[in-house]
Design a protein around this ligand. Structure first.
Ligand code: NAD
Ligand code: ZN
Length: 331
């Protein structure tokens, strides 16, 4: 691929140092998100060094080490002015095809970052690339989902799915004051990692998560559920785990266009159901601060570090769940 060039005065070109493969990239890998044109560069988790800035970029200069949000936002449209950066009327997702703005991605040596002043953050000097990297996506996605669940200190939480996003949700819920976090996954090694971080493991291959969690919450169910898998099956499970008056916050991506909403159950139980793409710009400064202070360690999910040339192998391992999170070392 040719190196990207500045197209708009608000663009920056960054030299990518560290990238990662995200669970969301697997949807492209399997072709379940349509609209990826041949010859597209994918990837949207990145830390790099600013190489060049457009004439209107004010906050960054050549040489700054930066982490960026996986989606871009202009910062001045009516949606951005409401802090709904993920709803920006001229936004998009890096490396996610025509349905998401047809922007090239960051699993590459260089990347063009639109609206650089809004999209990028300087990486604090004491943080490594890997520590900062996930604030641009999975950590802030998970943190935002917990914020969206309206969690109050002392409440109980169930996190469905302990992939990298779920593990970040476990850490975020604990930092935000959850008394107990139940970590549900089919893979036992994933619930075991959640347990190490302070969660109650619920290996769904061995125990029935509904009866297990219901019993451990004295028959009530949990105050809040974070759904971090994607699809109707686990959203259905969320409705079975939540207590009366509780909240569900779903972030899993799915290509299913509908699911059967449990109308009577949520009417009588008074359930709040929330779903949406992550609003990284809203929470990225918070997650960077939490990482900087040591209260969250996002690097615990990393299992593989590969040079960029071995990205196909990285995708294979990640897809087969032999890797929990793959870092692509670019330079
Ligand atoms: P992942 O695929 O690595 O992890 C998913 C986990 O769910 C796996 O550990 C798997 O074993 C588990 N799982 C699958 N079926 C299950 C079931 N029935 N019950 C319990 N556990 C089950 O993905 P990830 O990187 O952790 O991301 C999770 C989801 O979040 C993906 O769908 C991803 O696209 C999405 N995501 C959304 C946003 C957003 O903006 N909303 C941002 C980033 C990621
Ligand atoms: Zn992602």
């Amino acid at each position: 691929m040719p190196d990207p060039e500045i197209l708009e005065p608000t663009d920056a070109i960054i030299r990518v140092q560290t990238a990662a493969i995200c669970g969301s990239d697997l949807h492209l890998y399997h072709g379940t998100i349509p609209g990826l044109l041949p010859g597209s560069v994918i990837g949207h988790e990145y830390v790099g060094v600013v190489e060049e800035t457009g004439s209107q970029v004010r906050r960054f200069k050549k040489g700054d080490r930066v982490v960026g949000a996986f989606h871009v936002a202009c910062g001045s449209c009516p949606m951005c002015r409401r802090d709904l950066y993920h709803q920006c009327t001229s936004g998009g997702v890096l490396g996610y095809g025509v349905a998401f703005g047809n922007l090239q991605g960051t699993q590459a040596e260089y990347a063009r970052i639109p609206y650089a002043d809004e999209t990028l953050r300087r990486v604090p000097e004491e943080l490594t690339d890997e520590q900062a990297l996930f604030s641009g996506d999975i950590l802030t996605t998970a943190y935002g989902a917990v914020v969206n669940s309206g969690l109050k200190p002392g409440e109980t939480v169930a996190v469905i799915g302990c992939g990298p996003v779920g593990i970040m949700a476990v850490q975020s819920a604990l930092v935000l004051g959850a008394s107990r976090v139940f970590a549900v996954d089919l893979l036992k090694e994933r619930t075991a990692l959640a347990e190490k971080l302070g969660a109650v493991p619920v290996p769904a291959g061995e125990v029935n998560p509904v009866s297990h969690i219901t019993r451990m919450t004295d028959g009530e169910g949990v105050d809040a559920v974070i759904e971090a898998v994607g699809g109707s099956k686990t959203i259905q499970l969320a409705f079975e785990l939540v207590r009366g008056g509780g909240r569900i916050s779903a972030i899993g991506v799915t290509s299913e266009s509908t699911f059967e909403y449990p109308l009577m159950n949520s009417l009588t139980k008074d359930i709040t159901f929330r779903i949406g793409l992550a609003n990284i710009h809203r929470d990225i400064d918070t997650t960077l601060s939490l990482v900087r202070s040591g209260r969250i360690d996002p690097t615990v999910v990393i299992s593989h570090r590969l040079p960029l040339e071995q990205a196909p192998e990285g995708y294979r391992l990640f897809d087969q769940r032999k890797a929990s999170k793959v870092i692509l070392q670019v330079t």
